[in-house]
Design a protein around this ligand. Structure first.
Ligand code: ARG
Length: 460
């Protein structure tokens, strides 16, 4: 019973509702690997420092390994009355090895224990997200190369603006993901610190070696202040913040994929295996994966807000509030991983309806700026050129014709500076190829950026 957990201080058992209300075992059991790894490092260190006997340390380390196997086999007797993952494992250890199990918690508290577990877990979650980000990046780069010459309308205000290469658009997405990866890498530096040895809040009276547990657990350095180390969860907030921004990017991509898969534009076809149907409308093929990624961004944004709010009212040092960090953190990481995986597999497998995208670029007077630039090269001031082309566009709208469909005579009616060489700049391909400088949409630039991206992905 719960009275047993806290020993003599209490004169009655914990209220049943309170026991259930304070329990976290049903979700923090997810940290069992990290918890066991941290405990083994702690026991090994205690023995090295002469606080534990070698025999006890060996019994603890082996006992914990057996418990890990038990958990993995689904045979561990999880007990919500034991509150959390830490007490469950410790109680089981003592049941298996006797008194040595009761010595494990020497010089330690659940406060530095949980801070250690979460950091170890989050380090892995970041590495997994990084792996998935790079997988998606590589897929986008391949798609960009395949569609470098594919003309599509570029939009501002969702109105046709100028022709762009579909590959250029994919590389825009790639750039967002490169920054997302850098933010995760930066957050990882501050995640990867060892709080173990901070104990409850002030450190411990035992002569422990924090450098040893730090090194064994693969942390960069031990934290320098015990009060800070057991209480702040800013490292988790940083991760979720980076995840929220990544999800914002994925959500923008999702929005475009949904638009492009709609017959309203008909730009792309998504693979059937990534789409779902309707229970009533037999003709439907819906882009549900993209919509769910857009939807999951809300969960991650919510988790960020939860963690920020969770932290803001807490005085030093540890408060039980922090137990509420786990579910939003796990949920945010799961949503991020699943979304990256979904897009990393789906997006590179889409096919572009190249005739449709070309036609959409042509239909929207996307080369109007090219005509203005042409007039400028013939000596017309840009503002005058802008007005001239505006009149030509109005004429085209009225007669249902693109600029490139207008006869030379008609065009010359708008400006005497127009000659037969104008048609070269009025084609969507010419327009795209002309923006041939760093960051521009010319297919030649897309190919250069593809090569640079491949070198980056292969290199670091
Ligand atoms: N379950 C707690 C958490 O997630 C750790 C245990 C600390 N409990 C305590 N009463 N100090 O933060």
């Amino acid at each position: 019973d719960s009275k047993g957990m806290w020993g003599g201080r209490f004169s009655e058992a914990t209220d049943d509702f309170v026991a259930a209300f304070t329990a976290s075992e049903h979700y923090d059991r997810r940290l069992y690997r990290q918890d066991i790894r941290g405990s083994q490092a702690h026991a090994r260190m205690l023995a090295r420092c002469g606080v534990l006997s070698e025999a006890d340390a060996t019994a603890i380390i082996d006992g914990l390994a057996a418990i890990a196997a038990e958990i993995e086999a689904g045979e561990f007797p999880w007990d919500p009355a034991l509150e959390d993952v830490h007490m469950n494992i410790e109680a089981r250890l003592t049941a298996r090895i006797g008194d040595a199990g009761k010595r494990l918690h020497t010089g330690r508290s659940r406060n530095d224990q949980i801070a250690t577990d979460v950091r170890l877990w989050l380090r892995e979650a970041i590495d997994e997200a990084t792996h998935l980000l790079r997988h998606f990046q590589a897929g986008l780069v391949n798609l960009a190369e395949r569609e470098a010459d594919t003309v599509m309308p570029g939009f501002t205000h969702l109105q046709v603006a100028q022709p762009v290469s579909f590959g250029h658009h994919m590389l825009a997405w790639y750039e967002m993901l490169v920054r997302d990866e850098a933010r995760l890498a930066d957050a990882r530096v501050r995640v990867n610190q060892s709080p173990l040895g901070s104990a409850a809040l002030a450190g411990t009276t035992f002569a422990i070696d924090r450098e040893q547990t730090c090194a064994e657990l693969g942390f960069e350095a031990p934290t320098r202040n015990s009060l800070d180390a057991v209480s702040d969860r800013d490292f988790a907030i940083e991760f979720v913040s980076a995840a929220a921004l990544t999800m914002t990017h994925l959500s923008r991509m999702a929005e475009e994929l949904v638009l492009w898969a709609s017959p309203l534009t008909g730009f792309i076809e998504l693979p059937d295996r990534f789409c779902t149907g309707s229970s009533i409308m037999p003709q439907k093929k819906n882009p549900d994966v993209a919509e769910l990624v857009r939807g999951k961004s809300a969960r991650v944004h919510g988790a960020l807000n939860t963690l920020l709010t969770l932290m803001k009212g807490q005085p030093l040092a540890y408060n039980r509030d922090n137990q509420e960090d786990k579910e939003p953190l796990f949920d945010a990481a799961d949503a991020l991983h699943d979304s990256l995986r979904a897009f990393g597999d789906m997006v590179p497998a889409l096919s572009v309806n190249r005739e449709r995208t070309r036609q959409a670029a042509r239909a929207g007077f996307a080369t109007a700026t090219d005509l203005a630039d042409y007039l400028v090269r013939k000596g017309v001031p840009f503002r005058d050129a802008h007005a001239i082309v505006g009149e030509a566009v109005a004429y085209g709208v009225q007669h249902g014709e693109d600029l490139s469909d207008l006869s030379l005579e008609t065009l010359q009616g708008f400006s005497e500076h127009i000659a037969s060489d104008v048609y070269a700049v009025l084609t969507v391909d010419g327009s795209m190829a002309a923006r041939d400088h760093l960051g521009g949409t010319a297919p030649a630039q897309v190919h250069q950026q593809v090569a640079a991206a491949r070198a980056r992905l292969a290199g670091d």
